[in-house]
Each structure stands twice: as C-alpha cells, then as structure tokens.
Design a protein around this ligand. Structure first.
Ligand SMILES: Cc1ncc(COP(=O)(O)O)c(C=O)c1O
Length: 138
C-alpha cells in the first residue's frame, strides 16, 4: 500500500514537472529519448557540472567542486555516511558482486528480486557457496 502511494506521488510529481524535467534533457528537442543506463545522453545539469569541472581544472589546476579523494566526501554527505564508509568500484556489477560476497547471511537467508531486474545485479546471489535462496517475483 505504501509503495503504491509513493508510486502515485512520484507519477504526479513527474507529470506536474514534465516540462522542467524535459528541459534537463536537450536531446528531447531532437529525438525520442528512451534512457538506457549503459549509454545515454547526459542531463543538462550533469553536462554543465562536467564542463565546469574541466574548465576550472584546465584554468586553475583544481576545481571548486569537491573531487578530492574521488569525490568520496561529497558522496558521503549526500547519503549521510562517513567518508571512510564510501568505496569506489568500476561499475554497479562489480559493486554488487563485492557486496554479495562479503555479506554474512543468516541461515535460511532469502534474496527477493524480480525477473525484470538487470541480470548482472541478480547473478552475484546465484552463487551456491553463498548459501542464500533467490526468490524471483514474476
Ligand atoms: C538497470 C541496470 N542495472 C544495472 C546495470 C549494470 O550496471 P554496470 O554497467 O554499472 O555494471 C545496468 C547496465 O546497463 C542497467 O541498465
């Protein structure tokens, strides 16, 4: 019930702000844009931040954006964690593999996922040695 309420709230937010959201994706002026996480045009806010970072670094050798330590302090602040709790890995799949293999599971542990999930996010838990049961919601 809570999930349905959150989904409705999200849809209503998106519909009320659809023009502002589309403005963040200049490509929508020229193409039908269907996002694919692996390869997609950047939202304007991200492209602007990357350009600003490159420009400042080219001109001053450093940036006003907090990129030291790979941006860990910035990300830690964003999610309310400590900097030393943040680790950077190559991509989501590797991060999920690490998480799946370092977690300690109680006896009878179950991982619940769906048949709509991206495969590389599910594979780490299929490893028999982990001893977890993967429940697929279809
Ligand atoms: C929905 C979704 N989840 C996870 C991944 C895996 O991400 P990564 O390429 O960072 O391992 C992808 C990659 O395209 C994806 O589209």
């Amino acid at each position: 019930m809570l999930l349905i309420w959150i989904a409705k709230l999200w849809v209503s937010f998106v519909m009320e702000n659809i023009e502002k959201i589309r403005e963040q994706f200049p490509i929508t002026r020229n193409r039908v844009f269907m996002n694919h996480a692996a390869q997609s045009p950047l939202p304007k806010v991200v492209a602007d931040a990357v350009c600003k970072c490159i420009d400042e670094f080219s001109n001053f050798g450093h940036t006003s954006i907090e990129w030291h330590n790979g941006g860990k302090p910035f990300f830690a602040k964003l999610i309310g964690a400590k900097t030393e709790e943040i680790a950077l890995v190559e991509n989501t799949s590797i991060g999920m593999n690490i998480a799946a293999n370092v977690l300690r599971y109680p006896q009878g542990a179950k991982i619940v996922t769906t048949d709509l999930e991206y495969p590389s996010v599910v594979y780490p838990w299929l490893r028999k040695r982990l001893g977890v049961e993967v429940l697929l919601i279809v």
